[in-house]
Ligand binder design. Structure first.
Ligand code: GLY
Ligand code: MN
Ligand code: MN
Length: 475
C-alpha cells in the first residue's frame, strides 16, 4: 500500500512537472480581465499599429503596436479592439474579413475567424462597420478610454469623439498607464516566450563566437547571428543587431556593419531575437582572434564583476535604480584602478565611460514599458514576474577625451589637470568597448538569469571560440 501511494505521489509529481504552462488564450483573457476593472468607467478603444508603404506596393516590415498585441494577440494591421466592461460580449474586434484578393497577393488573412478563434474575441465584425458601431457606443458613454494616433483609423475615431464632445460632456482618458503597469508583470506564458527569444539569441551568440574570425566583415557575423534566428523560428529581431568591431565596439548603437574585423579587435554583439512579439536583449563581447589581450581582459573583468555584483543585489523589493548604483560602483572602482578616472565618487567621471543607466525592463519592447520610478516617484521596487536587463559596460573610444573635457568643464573641475592624469590610460585602452548584458527574471527567492546559456566569462568565451566552425563565404 505504502509503495503504491509512493508511486501515486510520483505520478502526481511527474504530471505536475509536465503540466503545460498557461496557454495563449488564457494568458490574453487574464490580461483583459485584470485591465477592465481599472478601466471600468466606459469603453476602451484600441487601434492596431499601422502598416507604412515604403514605395509603390512595398511596405516597411510590419510590427503590431505592443499594447494592442498585449491585449489581443492579433498581429495584423487594420484592426480595432473594444473592451466593454459589463457587456455580454466584453471583448470585440473589428478586422478586415478574409477576401480572395488579399489571399492571392499576401496570403490568407486572419479575418473575423482569426479574431474569435486565435484571440478569444467574444464578437468580431468587419472593419467597414466600425464607425456605425462606434457612434452608438460613444453616444451612450460618459467616459471613453482612448489614446489617439496619426493613422487613418485613429483619426476617424477621434473625429467621432470630437463630434460627440461638441454636443455634451464626454471625458477621454488615456488607457496606456494602466496597460503599461500590467505589462511590467509577466505571467508564465509570457515568460516562456521571452525565454524562447533569449534561448535563440544565446545560441546566436555562441554561433557567432564559433564562426567569427579576422578578415570577415561585421555584417558576415551579423548574418550568421540572424541565420540562427530564422532557423530557430524567430521571424524578426527586437531591435537592429549591433555588431561592432575594434573602434566600433565603443559605439553604443553602432549598426553599420561594414568594417572588416581585424586581428586584435574586440567584437561587441548586442542582439535580440523577437519570438511571438517578445524580445531578447543579450550582449557579449569577444576577441576576434579567440584570445583576449591582457588589457582587454582587465577591462572585461571589471564589467563582469559589475554585472555579477548587480545580480547579487537582485531580489523583490529592491529598486531598479539601486541595481544600477551597485553596477556603477564596481565600474568606478575598476576605472580608478586602471587610471581612467581620478575620483570614484564623481558620477560625472564614471559617466565618461558608462554613459547610460545599466538596466531596463524587457518584454514586448526591448526597452519595455513601466518606468524606473513608481507613481510616488520612488525607484520602482522589483516584484516576481518582472524581467529586466543588466548591462554594464566600459567604452574607450575616439570621442572619450573630448567627452572627458566636456564633462570636467561642466563639473567645474580643472579640465587640463584631469585630462593630463587620465590621458595615458585612455590611449592605452583606446578602442576597447566591452558590454555584457543579461536578462533577469525576478523570482520570489531572487532572480533567474534567463540568458545564462550564452558564454559569459573570459574562459567560457575563449572556449566557445576555440570550437571554431567553417562557414562558406561567398567571394
Ligand atoms: N540593445 C539596446 C540596449 O541594450 O538597450
Ligand atoms: Mn539593453
Ligand atoms: Mn542590448
Amino acid at each position: 500500500m505504502k509503495s503504491r501511494s509512493l508511486m501515486f505521489s510520483l505520478l502526481i509529481l511527474s504530471m505536475a512537472a509536465t503540466l503545460p504552462a498557461m496557454d495563449k488564450l488564457e494568458s490574453l483573457k487574464t490580461r483583459r480581465q485584470k485591465l477592465m476593472p481599472q478601466l471600468a468607467s466606459g469603453p476602451t478603444i484600441m487601434v492596431s499599429g499601422q502598416s507604412y508603404l515604403r514605395n509603390g506596393d512595398t511596405a516597411y516590415p510590419y510590427r503590431q503596436n505592443s499594447n494592442f498585441l498585449y491585449l489581443t494577440g492579433f498581429s495584423h494591421s487594420n484592426a480595432v479592439c473594444l473592451l466593454l466592461p459589463g457587456n455580454a460580449a466584453p471583448f470585440q474586434m473589428f478586422v478586415n474579413p478574409k477576401n480572395p484578393q488579399a489571399t492571392i497577393w499576401v496570403g490568407e488573412q486572419p479575418g473575423l475567424e482569426g479574431a474569435t478563434d486565435d484571440c478569444g474575441a467574444d464578437a468580431a465584425f468587419p472593419l467597414s462597420g466600425l464607425s456605425r458601431h462606434l457612434k452608438k457606443i460613444i453616444a451612450e458613454a460618459d467616459t471613453i478610454y482612448f489614446s489617439t494616433g496619426n493613422d487613418p483609423i485613429s483619426k476617424r475615431i477621434q473625429r467621432l469623439i470630437d463630434r460627440a464632445k461638441k454636443k455634451r460632456d464626454l471625458t477621454i482618458l488615456d488607457p496606456r498607464p494602466a496597460i503599461h503597469a500590467l505589462r511590467l508583470l509577466k505571467d508564465d506564458y509570457e515568460i516562456s516566450l521571452i525565454q524562447k527569444a533569449i534561448d535563440i539569441t544565446c545560441e546566436s551568440q555562441a554561433e557567432a563566437m564559433r564562426m567569427a574570425r579576422p578578415g570577415m566583415t561585421e555584417n558576415e557575423i551579423q548574418a550568421a547571428i540572424e541565420y540562427v534566428y530564422k532557423k530557430q523560428g524567430a521571424l524578426a529581431h527586437g531591435f537592429p543587431s549591433i555588431v561592432g568591431s575594434g573602434p566600433n565596439s565603443t559605439v553604443l548603437h553602432y549598426e553599420d556593419g561594414t568594417r572588416t574585423v581585424e586581428d586584435g579587435d574586440l567584437v561587441l554583439m548586442d542582439i535580440g531575437a523577437e519570438y511571438e512579439g517578445y524580445s531578447a536583449d543579450v550582449t557579449r563581447t569577444m576577441p576576434a582572434n579567440g584570445r583576449f589581450t591582457d588589457d582587454q581582459r582587465a577591462i572585461y573583468e571589471i564589467v563582469l564583476a559589475s554585472a555579477d555584483a548587480a545580480f547579487d543585489s537582485v531580489k523583490p523589493g529592491v529598486g531598479l535604480l539601486d541595481i544600477h548604483k551597485t553596477s556603477a560602483k564596481v565600474i568606478a572602482q575598476g576605472l580608478k584602478r586602471m587610471g581612467l578616472i581620478t575620483d570614484e565618487a564623481a558620477a560625472w567621471q564614471i559617466n565618461i565611460f558608462m554613459m547610460y543607466n545599466s538596466n531596463h525592463w524587457l518584454g514586448l519592447d526591448v526597452h519595455d514599458v513601466g518606468g524606473r520610478r513608481n507613481t510616488q516617484g520612488e525607484p520602482m521596487p522589483l516584484e516576481p514576474g518582472m524581467v529586466f536587463t543588466v548591462e554594464p559596460g566600459i567604452y574607450v573610444g575616439k570621442a572619450t577625451l573630448e567627452l572627458a573635457r566636456q564633462r570636467a568643464r561642466r563639473a567645474g573641475a580643472d579640465v587640463e589637470a584631469f585630462i593630463q592624469v587620465i590621458e595615458p590610460a585612455v590611449k592605452r585602452y583606446m578602442n576597447i568597448g566591452v558590454r555584457i548584458e543579461d536578462d533577469l527574471l525576478v523570482t520570489a527567492e531572487g532572480y533567474r538569469n534567463l540568458s545564462a546559456a550564452a558564454p559569459r566569462t573570459v574562459a567560457e568565451v575563449e572556449a566557445m571560440m576555440a570550437r571554431s566552425t567553417k562557414h562558406v563565404i561567398v567571394k
